[in-house]
Design a protein around this ligand. Structure first.
Ligand SMILES: Cc1ncc(C[n+]2csc(CCOP(=O)(O)OP(=O)(O)O)c2C)c(N)n1
Length: 565
């Protein structure tokens, strides 16, 4: 095979192949030419070219999400490398193994006025799980050992020890484009072995004792890969009378015994009701929680105990009342914990489920008479959605409306909740669809997020299994529904950034189909067409009145307040 003439580069590429890397996203540049040539010509990789580094890193992250495997992204030196930062920070908090490789000038040239040169050493330090300087130009055996050791360590850190993105910076001297015909070489690989984690008898007894004193136990499930075993364990815990399971669409679990629309249940609570429904023991699993209201309520009515369960729990004290950090996979924890549990007489679960059922009725009645708006649009989108869809939903109000409507029939739901940015939502969905061609993907995004990440379309890869819904409410509609911005004169120009755009030109430029909806019946037709199994590469843009949306949402919360529980 013909790879770069640089021995260090061949070693990097062959070691990553030996470790199991298969997918590489390549960004254009000169300093990274030895890496581009070698990844492209090595038979072990599929390479995908993406021009915009910001979009490329989100694309690669989306691929890693869908494949559940590390994916690499490669850039040249300078600000190109910095453009990976937004996706790296998202992968950091979502704990996705992104392998970040940046070519660099020789260190001697840092801050010496040479072109496209910045200090790239540990440049992502605040949101990276490991950072390594590799030797592109090998001058000594120790350089080879160093490269091999760093690549192995970084791979293990990214995939096991401290899951998340790792950065390999590779200073390179010229010439850059020379190649050599070489025989494949075997590269050493070392692995961190996985060990089974178990609670000691003493710890298990103590946790069971705490549980036995709690009339009110809440399990709150945050963002999580789809996991059938977890579904089974939580459904079993949910049969206990003192336990209620609260979840969101991004946790990818569903059961009639779960509270799946948290805000629907808690937004209209008065103080006494909130006190009664907040737990003595809070058990948290998974990643980010979308509902601001449940976070506020749990911080206000602090539980006696809070157990956070997760292999990489980071001592997160999200509710300011952490008592136990349990470094185990939740499935292994519940398998060991959920045996012969004692607990006091309790109607806690019944209390929640009665409330859920009653509000479900009000919700359905409100929908029947609700005005055309973002609220009614999400109802139609979710109601008509077939059950074979993998859904990517953008931050801002889409992910929030997405929690109000039934999502149990959706295959999987993903959102960039690590940092809640609107800067890479479409690129992430594109990457996932590209990595998983046999699945059907749908992206729901707001108009600002859509236009922000329009470079997600700027590549030459024909992605056949993705459709996109753009909610065009004339700017950042969320600033009309959260309290605060709507009271100040800066709202439209500086927060909502009111705008009149339409996505038809984006569709035209990139060869996607386009249709628009402006009311309930055009939406019905547009969705009917969009959800056909044969429809792909189709953008449906749904226009709503910015002034109407907050009125309808407020009417909804007021309607739910009509509680006589
Ligand atoms: C990268 C980034 N910049 C700015 C923000 C702040 N922000 C949050 S929501 C939002 C507006 C999003 O508007 P749109 O995508 O149209 O969704 P809508 O609010 O209409 O639901 C902005 C600017 C952010 N979350 N991420």
């Amino acid at each position: 095979m013909e790879l770069s003439a640089k021995k260090g580069i061949r070693q990097i590429v062959e070691t990553l192949a030996a470790l199991g890397l298969k997918e590489v996203v390549l960004c254009p540049g000169s300093r990274n030419a030895p890496l581009v040539i070698s990844f492209n010509r090595h038979p072990g990789f599929r390479c995908t070219s993406i021009r915009d580094e910001r979009s490329a890193a989100f694309f690669a992250m989306g691929m890693a999400i869908a494949k559940k495997q590390p994916v690499a992204v490669v850039s040249t030196s300078g600000s190109a490398a910095l453009n990976f930062a937004p996706a790296i920070s998202e992968a950091f908090y979502q704990r996705i193994p992104l392998i970040v490789i940046t070519a660099d000038r020789l260190k001697a040239w840092t801050d010496q006025g040479d072109g496209q040169t910045i200090n790239q050493t540990d440049v992502f330090k605040n949101y990276i799980r490991g950072s390594y300087e590799l030797q592109g130009d090998i001058s000594h055996d120790a350089d080879s050992w160093h490269n091999n050791r760093c690549l192995n360590e970084g791979w293990n850190v990214a995939t096991i020890t401290n899951k998340g993105p790792v950065h390999f910076n590779v200073p390179l001297s010229e010439p850059l484009y020379q190649t050599a015909l070489v025989e494949p070489t075997s590269q050493r690989v070392f692995r961190e072995v996985s060990v089974e984690r178990k609670l000691s008898d003493a710890v298990l007894q103590d946790l069971k004792y705490q549980f036995s004193t709690c009339e009110k136990v809440m399990i709150l499930a945050g963002q999580h890969d789809k996991d059938r075993d977890l579904q089974v364990q939580l459904a079993s815990m949910a049969t206990l009378k003192n336990v209620i399971v609260l979840t969101e669409s991004t946790a990818n679990i569903s059961s009639p015994l779960f509270i799946e629309h948290i805000d629907r249940c808690i937004t209209t609570l008065n103080d006494d009701e909130a006190q009664a429904l907040m737990p003595d023991l809070l058990i948290t699993i998974g990643g980010a929680i979308v509902s601001k209201r449940i976070k506020a309520a749990l911080r206000r009515y602090a539980p006696r105990y809070h157990w956070n369960i997760g292999l990489n729990h980071d001592f997160m004290d999200t509710y300011q009342c952490l008592t136990s950090a349990i470094p185990m996979h939740p499935v292994h924890f519940f398998e060991q914990f959920n045996t012969a549990l004692n607990f006091p007489v309790s109607d806690f679960r019944e209390h929640w489920l009665k409330r859920k059922e009653y509000l479900e009725g009000l919700h359905q009645r409100f929908i029947e008479q609700c005005t055309y708006s973002d609220f009614s649009v999400f109802n139609q989108i979710f109601r008509q959605m077939p059950d074979d869809i993998v859904l990517h939903i953008a931050n801002s109000s889409p992910i929030r409306y997405g929690q109000l409507f039934d999502y149990g029939h959706i295959q999987e739901t993903w959102c960039n909740r690590g940092t809640s940015g609107i800067d890479g939502c479409t690129s992430t969905a594109m990457g996932s669809a590209w990595a998983s061609p046999s699945q059907r993907f749908l992206m729901i995004t707001g108009d600002v997020a859509f236009n922000y990440d329009v470079n997600a379309f700027w590549h030459d890869h024909t992605i056949e299994n993705l459709n996109i819904i753009v909610i065009n409410n004339g700017g950042g509609g969320i600033f009309r529904i959260i309290s605060g911005p709507d009271t100040i004169e800066e709202m439209e120009p500086y927060f909502e950034t009111t705008m009149k755009t339409d996505a038809s030109l984006v569709a035209l430029r990139h060869g996607w189909q386009y249709s628009k909806a402006v009311d309930a019946s055009t939406l019905q037709d547009a969705l009917k067409c969009l959800y056909l199994p044969t429809t792909n590469r189709h953008i449906v843009e749904i226009f709503t009145e910015p002034e109407v949306n907050p009125i309808v949402l407020k009417a909804y919360w007021d309607y739910l307040k009509k509680s006589n529980l």
